[in-house]
Design a protein around this ligand. Structure first.
Ligand code: NAP
Length: 321
């Protein structure tokens, strides 16, 4: 893998492996196999969240590899995210400590605010996405992003995470954090794919030294049916992607990942299939030409696969989109 794109340097100097394993919706048993396949395939970066309920399975598997010396802790890059119910500053440290316990780690490499929106905390740490009677998420009335950020910064000072960042933040939310930050956000993790390319957000974040991690790079085809629209475009079936893939002898998924890497983004494709986990990281032995990159950039279909989340947050003051 002699490719300068295998990792990206973050604004705090840390090197982040540019392809990581996504884990949203990975169930406990399949999660363990997926982590094993990922580590054996050369992944060193795993993306999870308190809300995914799979940190314990990831932790068990990591522990195996660390104990038998197959990987060293300093070579791993583990990312997890603050629970939406734990946005109140006094809950932030408790939340990361719960995640670290499940992951069986002393620190994570990156800790993200999962969403800028606060959900109501009723004292039950397992009630992750409390709902209103009409099926929307129960947002908290009070929310103070800047105070939450201050609590995140303390986690760096305490050594519980090497770096901190945000997820699903819009431009003005990232700017507000950067204005007051002692420890700047190094990442904004957002939906990004050929149909939702995030050009404006990317440029604004770049100016602030914030790297973009793309999620739903494949259009999140495995997400629950209630979150899907009847007719949605499929990035892996896009004729331009298919043609470019054929030309390089690669799969459409590999072209989608490579395109985002060449846009200087981090990519975290989710899979629980050992074969797909392997092929999704075999993206460092080919290069998309400028013409191919331009052709992909010129795709006119525009579609967000995560618009429904905006609606679930109702009128919360920090609803990002
Ligand atoms: P995604 O990576 O775009 O797509 C994952 C789906 O694609 C799975 O159903 C997977 O099925 C399938 N797949 C994977 N590789 C494939 C291949 N080579 N060929 C055909 N199908 C393939 O969607 P995502 O899971 O929504 O996003 C990726 C990760 O980003 C998540 O897992 C999570 O870690 C993170 N994320 C973060 C947020 C946030 O709010 N911050 C939101 C969403 C996602 P199999 O598993 O069966 O292979």
């Amino acid at each position: 893998m002699n490719d300068s794109l295998t990792s990206l340097k973050l604004s705090n100097g840390l090197q982040m492996p540019s392809v990581g394993l996504g884990t949203w919706l990975s169930l406990k048993d399949e999660m363990k196999t997926a982590v094993r396949s990922a580590l054996d395939s050369g992944y060193r970066h795993i993306d999870t969240a308190y809300t995914y309920k799979n940190e314990d399975a990831i932790g068990e598997e990591l522990q195996e590899y660390l104990k038998n010396g197959k990987v060293k802790r300093e070579d791993l890059f583990i990312v997890t995210k603050l629970g939406l119910i734990h946005m109140e500053p006094k809950q932030v440290r408790r939340s990361i400590e719960m995640s670290l316990k499940k992951l069986q780690l002393d620190y994570v490499d990156l800790y993200l605010i999962h969403w800028p929106v606060t959900l109501e905390y009723d004292g039950d740490d397992e009630n992750l996405l409390p709902l209103t009677e009409d099926g929307k998420w129960k947002t908290a009335e009070k929310s103070d992003l800047l105070q939450t950020w201050k609590a995140m910064e303390e986690l760096v000072d305490l050594g519980l995470t090497k770096s901190i960042g945000v997820s699903n933040f819009n431009i003005s939310q990232v700017e507000r954090i950067c204005t007051i930050a002692k420890h700047k956000p190094v990442i904004n993790q957002v939906e990004c794919n050929i149909y939702w390319p995030q050009n404006e957000l990317f440029e604004a974040c770049k100016k602030l030294g914030v790297t973009i991690t793309s999620y739903a790079s494949f259009g999140s085809p495995g997400r629950p049916g209630e979150y899907k629209e009847a007719e949605e475009p499929k990035p892996m079936e896009d004729p331009i992607i298919q043609r470019i893939a054929k030309k390089h002898g690669k799969t459409p998924a590999q072209v989608l990942v490579r395109n985002l890497l060449q846009r200087e983004m981090i990519v975290i494709p989710k899979s629980v299939s050992p074969e797909r986990i392997l092929t999704n990281i075999q993206v460092f032995d080919f290069n998309l030409t400028k013409e191919e990159m331009d052709e992909i950039k010129g795709i006119t279909v525009k579609h967000s696969f995560f618009n429904f989340f905006g609606d679930l947050f109702g009128n919360h003051q920090e609803r990002p989109f």
